[in-house]
Design a protein around this ligand. Structure first.
Ligand code: GLA
Length: 397
């Protein structure tokens, strides 16, 4: 743990004692849950394809201790004005006025559905440093934080994969976003300096070391908050489902992730709608690009890896149509820089963040040039962060 992290933790413990001043209780336990970036393999998870995300060292801290009654009390330093939000273990239903607390509440509910009843409530302090609304999965970070916290505090011994699946259920069944499993998986299973190639159909995965000695992964935030993204996200998903149904008339597959590029070209005539055909083409080709990207990395061929990232962005822009002027301007400005190996949007799209792999010694110049071009075109600033790739959700000793 670095000196800065230690100092921050100190501050969190002090704040916890201020918010929950009962003196006779034990000290809380501390936990950390990362955010994530996705290197390549976008909008492929719910299509049964591959993704290649990594956990970052920006994330969500949580301090928690058990209570003797059935209350759950939660306070977030990111939403101080909401104060302590409280619910009881006897009512784990979604309530809009419970705001951000619906994520941890949903998590507790689905953990209980795994047969692990919480015998008593808890009190929690949260602090997150993932840039707000940036599409770096602050919600999955909070879900996994709650999962690991509850698992450890109550000694449930649930496997990380069970918590990952519970987190996905929170999004799908509690919040109403029909997202795939990538975010919770990357956050729960993250490994320092590695990307995770995950087959979202079988949940088989492998870690791949990232070449971070001479290069940096730069996160570029458009600072355009995602608007209506959740409903557009669900629309993309249903478009893919429609395209799959049409292909299934002739081709015996369960998901678009099982279709090769050649099969797609042979069967695409069955998708008699241009928009649906474009959506399916993205899902099929992006899946193949993700596998090729892993191979390029294994061959130490970063150039090809970068080209695949660029092609991924083009496909998300033209076929999947989830980029928008802000992400496109940022990524196109990045492509012009000599120091860039590859750049693309990351996450759901519709605003949020892009990533670029940049030569280490040229990062400052890169940020200056791309920032200048973005500001001139869009009229407000982008923000840049160097991403460090870290471990998955864990207790902090
Ligand atoms: C969001 C979802 C993920 C995934 C990405 C797009 O982050 O939560 O499941 O679908 O968008 O790749």
């Amino acid at each position: 743990m670095g000196a800065k992290e230690k100092m921050n933790l100190h501050f969190l413990f002090d704040t916890f004692r201020e918010i929950y001043p009962q003196k006779e209780c034990d000290d809380p336990k501390a936990f950390f849950s990362p955010g994530r970036i996705n290197l390549i393999g976008e909008h492929t998870d719910y299509n049964g394809g591959h993704v290649f995300p990594a956990a970052i060292t920006y994330g969500t801290y949580g301090l928690a201790r058990k209570r003797s009654d059935r209350l759950v009390r939660m306070f977030s330093m990111n939403f101080e004005e909401k104060g302590i939000i409280e619910f009881t273990l006897d009512d784990l239903n979604y309530k809009s006025h419970h705001h951000w607390v619906n994520y941890p509440k949903g998590m507790i509910r689905f953990i209980q559905e795994l047969g692990k009843e919480l015998p008593c409530g808890l009190e929690v302090l949260i602090y997150g440093n993932i840039p707000n609304g940036a599409g770096l999965s602050s919600s999955a970070s909070l879900e996994m934080l709650t999962g690991v916290m509850v698992n450890e505090l109550y000694g449930f011994q649930l496997e990380m994969l069970e918590l990952v699946k519970a987190g996905k259920r929170v999004e799908n069944e509690f919040i109403g976003v029909k997202s795939g499993i990538m975010d919770q998986f990357a956050i729960g299973m993250g490994k320092v300096n590695c990307g995770i190639l995950l087959n979202c159909n079988t949940l088989k995965y492998e870690y791949a070391p990232l070449p971070l000695s001479e290069y940096k992964i730069i996160i570029m935030n458009t600072n355009k908050r995602r608007v209506l993204s959740d409903s557009k996200y669900n629309i993309r998903r249903s478009e893919c489902e429609k395209a799959l149904k049409l292909i299934q008339q002739e081709c015996k597959v369960q998901s678009l992730g099982e279709i090769t590029e050649e099969e797609f070209e042979a069967y695409k005539y069955l998708i008699d709608n241009d928009v649906l055909q474009k959506r399916a083409r993205h899902a099929v080709y992006e899946n193949q690009r993700t596998l090729n990207a892993l191979q390029a990395l294994k061959n130490d061929d970063l150039k090809s890896f970068g080209r695949l990232m660029n092609a991924s962005h083009v496909s998300l822009r033209d076929d999947y149509e989830v980029t928008g002027i802000e992400l496109d301007s940022l990524v196109e400005a990045a492509w012009k820089q000599e120091s860039v190996v590859g750049a693309r949007m990351t996450g759901a799209g519709f605003g949020g963040c892009a990533i670029a792999i940049v030569k280490d010694e040229m990062v400052e110049r890169f940020i200056f040039e791309v920032g200048k071009e973005y500001q001139a075109k869009i009229g407000y600033q982008a923000t840049f962060y160097a991403a460090s790739i870290g471990n998955g959700t864990k207790a902090i000793e």
